[in-house]
Structures are given as structure tokens and as C-alpha cells.
Design a protein around this ligand. Sequence first.
Ligand SMILES: Cc1cc2nc3c(=O)[nH]c(=O)nc-3n(C[C@H](O)[C@H](O)[C@H](O)COP(=O)(O)OP(=O)(O)OC[C@H]3O[C@@H](n4cnc5c(N)ncnc54)[C@H](O)[C@@H]3O)c2cc1C
Ligand code: FES
Ligand code: FES
Length: 478
Amino acid sequence: MTAPTLPGATAVTAFTVNGAPVELRSPGGRRLLDVLRYDLGLTGTKEGCGEGECGACSVLLDGDVVNSCLIPVAQVAGHAVRTVEGLADDGRLGTLQSAFLETGGAQCGICTPGMLMAAEAFIASGAPATDEAIREAIAGNLCRCTGYTKIIEAIALAAGAAGSGLPGAAPGEVRRAEAPAWAGPEVVQPGSLSEALELRAARPGLRPIAGGTDLMVMVAAGTLARDVPLLDCWSLAELRGIAIEGDELVVGALTTYAELRRSPVVAGALPALAQAAATVGAAQIQARGTIGGNIANASPAGDMLPVLLATDASIVVASIRGERRVPAAVFWTAYRETACAPDELVAAVRIPLPPGRQVRFRKIGTRRAQAISKVVMAVAWRTDGAPGAPGDAGASPVAGSPWHDVRVALGSVAEVPLRAPATEALLEGATPSAELAEQAAAAVMGDIRPIDDVRSTAAYRRAVTGRVLRRIVLDALG
Ligand SMILES: Cc1cc2nc3c(=O)[nH]c(=O)nc-3n(C[C@H](O)[C@H](O)[C@H](O)COP(=O)(O)OP(=O)(O)OC[C@H]3O[C@@H](n4cnc5c(N)ncnc54)[C@H](O)[C@@H]3O)c2cc1C
Ligand code: FES
Ligand code: FES
């Protein structure tokens, strides 16, 4: 095992900002946002919420739009950061900035740098600049005074103009900066999975961090003590990748929501997984949030978890003792508790692909983006004689045939994500009908144990859970 990098207060992180090289002496857990604003004086990047919700701190990281308030600077080592200052073209406003001026897309301006960076990433993606696509691209950026119409107009205008890409920046001299004495947690960066597992065994106090979209919020809120050192998993190549192996879909723990959404393998084998990924947060969260983080975070509202329960997935966990597979059905053991031992890491998820299986996913939140679910549901079943082979999700349900191997899985309706046993028993072997849809709706309301909280009441959650399942059964009628 080679010595891991132990950043602490004396570590140097090298990366580029707007094309210019930077070397920063700082604890690796210092937020990229603070490095940009306070250590490098790039105050164009703003802080609003400090917890991933508002997008004011958006920058580009290797071209992806991300929230700089959620990124420990150690994770940008060797990467390219672009800030709003980098949009200017030789000291003049760039095409996108000019479009915002022309259409009146900015008033107080607090959201504008973040909006510009989200817009820049969208335009660079080459996606058609439809109203809906632009709305989705900026869904992680809140504007409280201009109103979105003018902003959308500006982005459409810039997308249609030639040369709206970022201007190239001359490398220039290396900029050296130093952070204040306490500036963030220590980040330990292993070079391989085996090093990470040895560290996990030797230093149980190290807290794994993947995309940081949950963990950095905890650091900011003080719910994670600020002296807890972090074990950086983000660059462990062994935990990346999406593949079909035999009759299983295998997804590495570090796979992001953005990767799930654009994977042709997922689209072919299990579109419900991509559909679930598309409902998480907004572009900034999808670029960094991982499926392994969702699994290990064990929130009852984790959007991926019902899909994993409904598809009989296994969670692969790894330690220096080896790998083991834990069925999703027994992985989430209590509120925010998992079957993962203290020396283990979530390595992957393996999802069986039985022929002819159908999977439906629904999420109910207050709005389409950045909404933690009030209820999230995945339903899987197989019908006799349905066509399809492992990895073929194109098989259409055989209307009028009985359902088999029925799984009804739910999130946000109990202290853990759960399956609905009485509902599954009712639907098993039954043929969809209007009457069955009513019975299933009543059964599922009895299977759950929702609570009142800030997002919803128990009564609403119960009623909407019944309605969502009724609709899924009715839709299967054709
Ligand atoms: C604005 C905002 C919106 C969000 N919207 C949604 C949403 O709509 N739906 C939803 O489900 N979630 C949402 N989240 C939560 C979060 O984005 C997801 O749970 C995400 O999947 C976490 O992944 P991560 O890689 O960022 O995890 P991290 O924050 O890095 O880690 C999360 C937890 O998992 C542990 N961990 C991470 N990786 C591993 C591993 N491989 N092995 C063992 N332990 C590990 C960490 O120690 C930590 O306890 C949102 C978060 C924010 C800030
Ligand atoms: S400051 Fe609001 S998302 Fe970062
Ligand atoms: S311009 Fe004021 S918040 Fe958007």
C-alpha cells in the first residue's frame, strides 16, 4: 500500500481556475466556494443557502455545472474550474452575458452568476434549446426577482447565437494561495479501493465521502462535527461503471444521477432507474450525487431505494475481509441505519433482470426539481408469456394477464424504505381490473406508517400513496 495523501492544513491542492493554474495550501475539506471567494478573490460566485438548494454558487467543474458550496477542494485536484469571471471574452461581456443584458434577464443580480454557469453548461451540451429543456437546466437555480421568463429568453437567444462557448483562457502564472488556519475537515485520499478499505479498517473514524451532496450539507449545518476527517471515495475508479453481467445490471456505487440518466445500458435494461435519477435534485445535484451515497445515506426519502427494493437488488459491500451481497430487502435496518459494517464501503448494486418484468416509478413532491419526496413508489411485476430477455425492458405488459412476482416498494412513508406485503399478496396472481385497483389502493394505505412532518401530513401521504398505486394498476389495463 502506498502512503495516502493526508491533506490536513499543509496539503497543496493543484487545479485550474478559468484556465489559470492554482496551488492552494489548505485542509482538503475547505469548500470550493470559500476558496474561490476568499482565497482567490473571485467574488463573482455567490453564496445563498450554503446547502445546495439555490444554485447561487454554481461553477463549472470539467464542464459540468456543480454547487461549489458542496465540494471539498481536495476533490477538484487536477480538474478545471470555471467561474463567472471566466465567461468574459477578452475583458468584454461574453455572448451569454450580453443576452442577459439585452433581454433584462437580471435585476438584483444575486442569482445571475449561477444562472449564467448553468446556462453555459446547457448551451455547451448542444441540447436543443426548447423552453422545457432550458427550464430543466436552470431548475437548480433560484431567482427571486427577475422571473424566469426573461432568463429563459436570454438563454434561448445565446443558444441561437454563434460562438457562445467559453472563451479560451491563457494558462498564465501559477497562483498560490493559503487558507485560514481552520478551514475545513481533513480529507484522506486513497489511490485505490484496496487502500480505501485498509484505511477504513485502520481508521474507523474516517467518514466516507462520495459526491458530498448529503455530507457537505451536514458539515455546513454542524450535524457532522467539523473535525471528523473524510475518506474521499470520489476518485476510486473501481467503484464506477455500469454494465450487464449475465442476467444482472451492475451499477458502481460512484455512478452519478447524470450518468444513470444518459446511460444507454440503463435505458435498455431498467428505464425506471434512469427515471428515478432524473427526479433527484437538479442538474448540480445530479452531476455529483451518487447511487452509493443514496444507499449509504439511508434516508427514508432516498429516491433510488424503492426501485432497488422492487427489483430485488443486492447491495455489494466491500471490506478487507472481502465482498458480500446484502439483499436490498434487509439493507435498511432502522431510521438511517444500514447493514453495512463500520469497515465496509458500498461498492456496487446488482439488479436482476428477469425476462418480461415491468417496473413503474412515481415520485410525488412539491415541485419537479429540488423536491424531497412526500411519497415515492416503485412497482414491479411479471406477466406470463410476456416477451423479453435479460436486459430487454422493451417488453410491453400483457394486458389481461395475471401479475406474478409483484413487488410494491415505497419511500417517505415510514422510518425506512419498505415493501408493502399485504398489497403484494393481494396483487400476486391477480389480473388488473378497476376493482383490483381500488382494493390495492386500500391495501397499500394499511401497509405504510407515515408520519406528519414539515413536508407533508401522514393523512396526505396515506391518501396519495393509495391514489398513485390505483393509477399504476389502472394504467396496466391499457
Ligand atoms: C439540494 C439537494 C437536493 C436533493 N434532492 C434529492 C432528491 O430529490 N432525492 C434524493 O433521494 N436525494 C436528494 N438529495 C440527497 C443527495 O443528493 C443524495 O442522497 C445523493 O445520492 C447522495 O450521494 P453523494 O454521493 O452526494 O453522497 P455523500 O454526501 O458523499 O454521502 C452520503 C452518505 O453516504 C456515505 N457514503 C457515501 N458513499 C459511500 C460508500 N460508497 N460507502 C459507504 N458509505 C458511503 C457518506 O459517509 C454519507 O453518510 C438532495 C440533496 C441536496 C443538497
Ligand atoms: S449557496 Fe445555495 S446552492 Fe450553494
Ligand atoms: S436577479 Fe435577483 S434573484 Fe435573480
